[in-house]
Write a protein that binds this ligand. Sequence first.
Ligand code: ZN
Length: 136
Amino acid sequence: MKNQNGAIAPAGSACLDLVLDRLTKVKSAGAGKWIACCPAHNDKSPSLNVSEAADGKVLLHCWAGCNARDITAAIGLELADLFPGKREPRRGPSKAAVNHERMVYAVGSSLLQQGQLLNAEDQARFELAKQRLGVK
Ligand SMILES: [Zn+2]
């Protein structure tokens, strides 16, 4: 998913800069991706993948298995610093994602109620939305 104009939100770049500034041996690993030494374990060859989501969120993945909380703590940041707008860290999907699933579910169920059949792809997406929303 991308923003309409493909641009990255300024707040997102700020999050990313904050993280990349504090990591060592940062190397570009393609568009919107970096690799660096993981600060949370004794990392001799860079094994931390850093990438930026379309919404500006910074994604961290350590191949040695360190979690994002340990990694951010090791560089003096909090999980909230990975999110644009410095919101409190959330559990579970974002509100926008939940709203999207609700919409998929609402559209799907209204079509079904009208007696329309969903094609296989729409049916699968509808089932996924149900699963994500916890609807039986
Ligand atoms: Zn690590």
